[in-house]
Design a protein around this ligand. Structure first.
Ligand code: PMP
Length: 418
């Protein structure tokens, strides 16, 4: 029995682990795999793979075009998945759910469409120092072209957003958009987005959430938050790669120009000009990732059956235990705030042991973690760190995995004579 069981996780984790055959293997001979890299990409349960293979083996045809039974069946499955996603994040309408490839493409869509149409010299976009590159670089590219200014909310030593600085930006600058991550992929910080959205709206600014690390782990309700845009990726929430989502308020999406041109996104094309299709298709040019969308629908079903509140409660137990155990190790420092303000990840540095060496030595013990800047170079610069080692957790991880991580760290230290 694991400590998780003793601490009464609301979920039957062993039954859940049985849905993920990949977890049941040895990473190296005699070294069972301990997978602690779900923040990069989660594993997929059998239910998701089954839904995709059923579709690919029995129901595939291109969507929205065929007037035959098979194409109608494919279209129905593809659109049913969109409806599942709508319910999952509580959007008002299916038209507000745009399929993209991932969070990165969702942010680029907002920058390339809304941003290019609405931002110019004198305008300000507010991001934060803890952002993933996918929520920095698209804005930098556009700022070069459109001449607006980017301000970054500073991050405190503890790993929290400096909300006083945020308020000052909103009061003193002509802010048009705030785009901030909900949960940090390095610090684990859960940012107080509900209050930040109210403040942005009071100042007349729109708000976008990068939900890549929140939507997989906690209930995100776009209506309750009143958020304007939400970006997330299927592959971090038990779904496949190649499918992501941009949620946008309908009134905003209706007013935005297309992001990409091609088939499916038009109503009428002449050699002189074209008219755009209705939402969401205006933003979905070309043949979409049909099997992947269906897989995402199955992932949403899977998470919904477990219950997002249960998933969060379970992960809190594991993360709290990880913080406790990791802090016992001499010379090891976990980045970010205490367990009550974090979710999902523990990135750490160790005296005398480089992050990449640590990850390599942990791999020898079967423990899969990630080392580097985790696509958050400005955040690492903020802490004067070239790299961190990151262990990240999902619903299938247990405190036994944390024990394996800690033991592997002690072994790595021994090997280096620390
Ligand atoms: N934002 C955050 C917070 C992330 O953790 C990631 C993935 N590491 C992304 C954005 C980008 O996601 P994707 O690569 O799926 O586009």
């Amino acid at each position: 029995m694991t400590k998780t069981d003793q601490l009464t996780s609301p979920l039957d984790i062993q039954a859940i682990r049985a849905d993920f055959p990949v977890l049941n293997q040895e990473a190296h001979p005699g070294k069972p795999l301990v997978f602690l890299d779900s923040a990069a990409s989660s594993q997929k349960p059998r239910q998701v793979v089954d839904a995709m293979s059923t579709y690919l083996l029995h129901d595939h045809a291109n969507v929205h075009r065929g007037i035959y039974a098979l194409s109608e069946r494919a279209t129905d499955a593809y659109e049913a998945a969109r409806e599942k996603v709508r319910v999952f994040i509580n959007a008002r309408s299916r038209r507000e759910i745009i399929y993209t490839r991932n969070t990165t493409e969702s942010v680029n869509l907002v920058a390339g469409s809304w941003g290019r149409a609405n931002l110019g010299p004198g305008d300000v976009v507010v991001l934060s120092e803890m952002e993933h590159h996918s929520n920095i670089v698209p804005w930098q590219l556009l700022a070069e072209e459109r001449g607006f200014t980017i301000r970054y909310i500073p991050v405190t030593d503890e790993g929290l957003l400096d909300l006083a600085a945020y308020e000052t930006f909103l009061q003193q600058e002509p802010v048009k958009l705030v785009s901030v991550m909900h949960v940090s992929n390095v610090l684990g910080t859960v940012n107080p987005v509900a209050g930040m959205i109210r403040q942005a709206h009071a100042a007349g600014a729109l708000f976008m959430i990068d939900g890549a690390q929140s939507v997989p782990h906690l209930a995100v309700d776009v209506q309750a938050l009143d958020v304007d845009f939400l970006a997330f990726s299927g592959h971090k929430m038990a779904g496949p790669t190649g499918i992501g989502v941009l949620y946008g308020k309908r009134v905003l999406l209706e007013a935005m120009p297309p992001y990409m041109g091609g088939g499916d996104m038009i109503r009428r094309v002449t050699l002189e000009k074209s008219e755009w299709n209705d939402l969401p298709y205006k933003f979905e040019a070309g043949t979409p990732a049909i099997a992947e969308a269906i897989g995402l629908g199955a992932a949403v079903d899977y998470l919904g059956t477990l219950g997002m509140d249960n998933i969060l409660a379970h992960e809190q137990i594991v993360v709290e235990y990880a913080m406790e155990r990791l802090s016992e190790i001499p010379g090891l420092k976990v980045l970010g705030p205490g367990p009550d303000r974090r979710n999902g990840v523990t990135a750490f540095v160790m005296q005398d042991l480089h992050a990449h060496d640590t990850a390599q030595l942990l791999d020898m013990e079967g423990v899969a973690v990630r080392a580097g800047h985790h696509c958050a170079m400005p955040l690492h610069q903020r802490y004067c760190l070239p790299a961190t080692t990151r262990a990240s957790y999902y619903v299938y991880n247990t405190t036994a995995d944390v024990d394996a991580l800690v033991e592997a760290i002690y072994n790595a230290r021994k090997l280096f004579g620390i």
